[in-house]
Design a protein around this ligand. Structure first.
Ligand SMILES: *Cc1c(COP(=O)(O)O)cnc(C)c1O
Length: 870
């Protein structure tokens, strides 16, 4: 093959159309239909062929057409008005600005700037830098931050071939294509020094090599997104490939990608501040473990530039770092060979004078069953972030259990990982037809306006969306068959495949095994009978990409495609290749029912069902992720999960059975329950209405971003500011922690005495407690002595616990002390308590932060007012 260097010459717009260039370059167009209309109006046919890509459209126009437009005063005015509107959007005072002015009850500190690091960003299919949910969530996060005025800067990589384009072979086997993107044809611009030379960052690698990268900037509304790109001439060929493919390459390439993202990302931010005067971020958000090296680079800066010790720098960095974990699936967590990480941190990337053991300890799996040979990025994320979260209530709980080994001696509830449930960016995901209908009846242009439509009006919107999906799906099925080698005359059946009046079930997502793409094929005869039911048929539209290295996932796709190839059912069930944002924007709104059947609890949140809900789609899902939290019995259906069944085949059988039963007896029955064949199904529509009303406000990314600001970013900024410019408090905290750690082996609860419980304690009884403890070389100020009380379960564990801090009563010789306190019993039932000693909670954010605790041997359970349950 010839090595061809491709390049794109950017269009030079006539002066009068300059604002058009601005409109194309700011990605706000992708959630602003009025701006899209302007591009469409330029040339509707070309707009379709370029896949609704403004840059590509402008590039495709002959100069004569541009001159013609520049001479059209109506068009020029329209463009100027749109550009003014964009300027207002970019500079207006929004939610965050009112927060920053100090609302009563608002947070004490709001960060001047927040850096958001993610390995992928899914903003528009025109900038294909995502593989699935993680990236789309990141894109929705930036868009909502922009809409709320939150000063975020995104940091990621620019992959030359993005993820991959999916097609099918004749046999239904996934084919991957890697079309090379030319950055000059994308809606991004190079970050440049004031003299015009491109800004670059460099990382020194083992063996004297270097990894250089330039920095592209995308404008996501008000939010800049910086993307590092190693495809530069200064690099050797291997280093140029580092940003070749998203999640591509072997272990070493992956490590280099993550070094570039984390370490290079911080350096890019510093360069960005230097060049543009943007404030330095006070908070760093690590979106999944991949970006975790950002913390190491910040430690290196503090050690090198402010002469902090490792421990001091670690405290300073932790204060401003937020870590979000996204998966309970082990394969989703990056783990590198320890030696490989050590090699890369033996030179310039390591803080000066710090031994490799300190760095390696950050990623060490120090819990039972941990592998001593690996460096775990999620574990490092938790150690470098003082605040951490999962992405739904259930996932928070699962994560606390999963990582509990890092905090031995603590109850699972106390593991310092909270949760913020994901959300989706409504302006991106609500179909335009739905918004227009909502507005036409004088309602709000959103889920709320939609929920207020009359039954016939709401039903008519649903049909419009379904019909649009059917049309789009037919086009895609035809293209897929042509790519599979079929000829036009064989494809006549596609014109009548799918039906705009048949109950439509959508299912699309990445295809890892836990998402169980083929669960619905468990009993093919049963599925066929549902598809071909004479009165109440269903049709199913499926899409999804398998990771290129995942043979199992590709086999699922092939099994599925083979089923859909059957002439008996092919008009009722289809697989659409190349799932991406553009497809999702038609598929999600057009589906009456959005199906999700993961293996509980492996779906951390899931977001596609939220997008369906905002368009009036109903969810049919296993109670996992977000659905476990917000299913209320009326807003869709819960597929019963056979959690306790350990034989995976049997579990799939049971859950598939339940799925078929629900589809037939509940879902289809309700959809086709009409007074007359042409009448809207009243009970269905009431579920749609209820879905819009109950889920509408919850599933929004604007709710999610507000939660991040109030619950994580603002507290992290307060912690950062408390360190002051001198970072003196970080030094003190580090010294204090070192003292506490050194002295902890002498800390213990010697003996506990209680009084007042008697034989038959009742509500209101006062329990008096005296705890005799040894603190060794530590002082009473260094610790909290706590009474932990709660219910006693059948496993002898305390649940529903609460804590009373005992007060220091007396010091004795030899580091021994007496603490006292009391508790008024307020609950009936089996009750137990215990005494423990922790490092002082006044000096830490979470009581489990240091992972140190001295527990007393459990005290006897007692019963209050009623006999014990046991
Ligand atoms: C929303 C979305 C996803 C995420 O889907 P999940 O429900 O989280 O699995 C993946 N891909 C695309 C194109 C999406 O729009």
């Amino acid at each position: 093959m010839r090595a061809i260097r491709r390049f794109t010459v950017r269009t030079v717009l006539p002066e009068a159309l300059a604002p058009l260039g601005e409109l194309a370059l700011n990605l706000r167009w992708c959630w602003h239909p009025e701006t899209q209309d302007i591009f469409q109006a330029i040339d509707p046919a070309v707009w379709e062929t370029v896949g609704h890509d403004p840059e590509a459209l402008l590039g495709a126009l002959p100069p004569a057409r541009l001159d013609e437009l520049a001479a059209d005063p109506r068009f020029v005015t329209r463009v100027a008005e749109a550009a003014n509107e964009l300027h207002d959007y970019l500079s207006g005072s929004l939610w965050y600005q009112s927060l920053a002015e100090g609302t009563p009850g608002g947070p004490a500190a709001v960060p001047r700037s927040i850096a958001y690091f993610s390995p992928e960003f899914g903003i528009t299919s025109v900038l294909p830098q995502y593989s699935g949910g993680l990236g789309i969530l990141a894109g929705d996060h930036l868009k909502s931050a922009s809409d709320l005025g939150v000063p975020i800067v995104g940091v990621g990589l620019l992959y030359r071939a993005g993820y991959f384009r999916q097609s099918l072979s004749r046999e239904g086997w996934q084919q991957e294509h890697y079309p090379v993107l030319d950055p000059n044809g994308l809606p991004i611009s190079l970050l440049r020094e004031s003299d015009g030379t491109p800004v670059t960052v460099s990382l020194a690698l083992p063996g004297g090599r270097h990894l250089h990268a330039r920095i592209w900037r995308a404008a996501v509304g008000r939010v800049p997104l910086l993307m590092l790109d190693s495809d530069v001439e200064e690099n050797e060929p291997a280093e140029r490939e580092v940003t070749g493919r998203l999640y591509g390459g072997g272990t070493e390439t992956r490590l280099l990608q993550e070094l570039l993202l984390g370490v290079g990302g911080v350096r890019a931010l510093r360069a960005y501040s230097r060049v543009t005067g943007a404030p330095a971020p006070e908070v760093f958000h690590t979106n999944e473990g991949h970006a975790g090296f950002l913390g190491l680079e910040r430690i290196r800066e503090l050690v090198a530039e402010q002469s902090l010790t490792w421990d001091e720098a670690l405290e300073a960095v932790r204060a401003g770092t937020v870590f979000t974990t996204h998966t309970p699936v082990p394969a989703g967590i990056d783990r590198f060979p320890r030696d490989l990480v050590e090699q890369h941190f033996s030179g310039e990337l390591a803080p000066p004078g710090v031994g490799a053991d300190r760095i390696l300890a950050l990623g060490a799996e120090t819990y039972e069953g941990g592998d001593p040979g690996v460096f775990n990025m999620a574990v490092m994320g938790l150690r470098l972030g003082q605040r951490a979260n999962g992405v739904s209530l259930l996932h928070g709980d699962v994560s606390r259990g999963m990582f509990a080994g890092l905090w031995p001696g603590f109850d699972q509830d106390e593991v310092p990982i909270t949760s913020i449930t994901n959300g989706v960016h409504a302006p991106t995901w609500v179909a335009r037809e739905a918004l227009a209908a909502a507005e036409s009846e004088g309602g709000a242009r959103d889920w709320e306006g939609l929920s207020r439509l009359s039954d016939p009006a709401l039903w008519s919107v649903r049909r419009t969306l379904r019909a649009k999906l059917v049309e789009d799906a037919r086009r895609r099925v035809r293209e897929a068959w042509l790519e599979r080698g079929a000829s036009e005359p064989e494809l006549g059946w596609i014109d009548s495949a799918l039906d705009p009046d048949v109950l439509t079930i959508g299912f699309a997502r990445r295809v890892p095994s836990y998402k169980r793409l083929t669960l619905m094929l468990r009993d093919p005869a049963r599925l066929k009978s549902l598809l071909l039911h004479p009165e109440r048929p269903i049709q199913i539209i499926v899409a999804g990409k398998a990771h290129p290295a995942d043979e199992g996932g590709k086999r699922f796709i092939q099994d599925f495609v083979r089923f859909t190839d059957d002439p008996e059912v092919r008009h009722r069930i289809v697989f659409l290749p190349n799932y991406d944002i553009a497809m999702a924007q038609t598929l999600l709104p057009g589906s009456d029912v959005w199906l999700n059947n993961p293996l509980r609890p492996l779906e951390a949140s899931g977001t596609s069902g939220m997008k369906a809900a905002l368009n009036g789609g109903l969810n049919l899902s296993i109670l996992d992720g977000w659905w476990d939290e917000w299913y209320d019995g009326e807003n869709g259906w819960a597929i019963p999960t056979a959690d306790g069944v350990t034989d995976p085949d049997r579990r799939d059988d049971l859950e598939a059975q339940a799925l078929y039963d629900l589809l037939e007896n509940q879902v289809a029955a309700r959809f086709y329950d009409r007074e007359a064949p042409s009448a809207p199904p009243a009970r269905w529509i009431s579920m749609v209405r209820h879905t819009l009303q109950s889920l509408g406000p919850k599933v929004l990314a604007s709710r999610m971003v507000r939660d991040y600001v109030l619950n994580l970013y603002a507290p992290a900024a307060a912690s950062t500011r408390a360190l002051g410019p001198s970072l003196e408090p970080a030094k003190e905290l580090a010294h204090w922690k070192a003292t506490v750690r050194a002295g902890w082996h002498d800390v213990r609860v010697d003996h506990v005495e209680s009084e007042g419980l008697g034989d038959a304690p009742e509500i209101g009884t006062n329990l008096h407690l005296r705890a005799f403890v040894s603190l060794g070389s530590l002082a009473p100020d260094d610790v909290d002595v706590q009474l932990v009380h709660g219910r006693v379960g059948s496993d002898d564990q305390l649940t529903d616990t609460a804590v009373v801090t005992l007060h220091h009563a007396e010091a004795y010789e030899g580091g021994r002390h007496r603490y006292e306190g009391q508790l008024t019993l307020s609950r009936t039932g089996a009750f137990g308590y215990s005494v423990r000693i922790l490092p002082s909670t006044a000096k830490t954010v979470s009581s489990a932060e240091m992972g140190l605790v001295a527990n007393a041997v459990a005290s006897e359970p007692a019963a209050v007012g009623a006999p014990p349950l046991r």
